[in-house]
Design a protein around this ligand. Sequence first.
Ligand SMILES: *Cc1c(COP(=O)(O)O)cnc(C)c1O
Length: 476
Amino acid sequence: SETELMRYVKKLGRRDISLVDSMISLGSCTMKLTPAVAMMPLSLSEFADIHPFVPADQAEGYRELIDALSKDLATITGMAAVSLQPNSGASGEYTGLMVIRAYYQSRGQGYRNVALIPASAHGTNPASAAMAGMRTVTVACDERGNIDVDDLKAKAAQYASELCCIMVTYPSTHGVFESRIREIVDIVHDNGGQVYMDGANMNAQVGLTNPGYIGADVCHLNLHKTFAIPHGGGGPGVGPICVAAHLAEFLPGHSLAETGGRSGITAVAAAPFGSALILPITYGYIKMLGESGLRRATEMAIVNANYLAVALKDEFGIVYTGETGRVGHEMILDLRDFRKLYGVECADIARRLMDYGFHAPTLSFPVHETLMIEPTESESLAELDRFVESLVAIKRECEQIRDGEADAEDNPVKMAPHTAQEACADTWTHPYGRERAVFPLPWIRANKFFPYVTKIDGGYGDRNLCCTCGTLYGGE
Ligand SMILES: *Cc1c(COP(=O)(O)O)cnc(C)c1O
């Protein structure tokens, strides 16, 4: 019944720590607010009830929105043309690479198939290159996290006759603005390749700089990151690609609708404009913020990240900073010596944060034994301070382990997270108190989030298929 379904959905929702609870600091994911006002159009029948294949004259309003949004995205990225078809960032990468491939084929250079990929790249980059039939060659990074320009020069020259492209992220997934980015672009162009810019980090660029200005030939955007579409849990995404003029004619077409370039590659999604229903979110976000608002959002995202970096650097260390000592819109906290110093794993800290009411940051990506943190512009100073206070408190708990004030194994950090079921049980065997376990800081009482599942043996779970059938709805 509707009653039961409603309660079932709410029950699942209660088990999920989300933006309605606290900041989600997942680095590289840009978990910014989706404003309620931008979601409203999704309930309008005029957007919700139109089939992607209706005759064009029945979807003129949609087309107007698609064209206006494409124009705005072209302006923001400094590019000539846009395809909204790809349904995710990774799908955008694949599409962009196929467009580059078609461009080379049209010039009789279809043999160009080497993709240079920096060691710092997101895993989707080499995966997409492989999907597009390319050979990947890794470019080293230096000790400051930047692309090793000498290595790039050598590899670009070595593979010049087969060079297809570089896939470069800016600011890089190491969280800093690569100061030699234009030199990197020139090296690839001089050796006959195209520059694919992974635009997942556009939250640090919008209104300040753009891929076109930097010299990229194609980039993708993650509208579900930078442009406020909600994400997580595998929901629909939008990963448009924006291209320079010479690539526009190869943008993907569709057999049932007029879209793409004159010599467009085949469709990369079932629907001609991808996840069109959620485009009004991005459209509204851009139109409501306007030029100065978008720039302000970028500035605040960078300022917030740098605030956290300064507040946390003495407790944890920041793995990479730029030449000015600053980070971009995200940073990597260094926990690589925590195992040695405190006997604590990076994942223990991530789990303990749940007891403090926070979703874990990105764990061990792109550097092992680190936490990657991206606050976004959506968070207030008070929320940033709560987050810092929590991480510092967890650091103190680690120090108590080191100093022998807490048991080496049975301590609040290694036993985290603590569920309501455990905290309220008649028996409690830990050497530390219940209060310490679930209310480690005073303000947590006012808005406690209880994780639903305690620490599990992930390795065991990966190797042993366990059936939860029957117990799933029963509550065990
Ligand atoms: C998120 C991300 C991607 C992939 O985007 P999806 O929409 O998750 O497919 C690619 N590169 C970087 C740097 C990212 O952060």
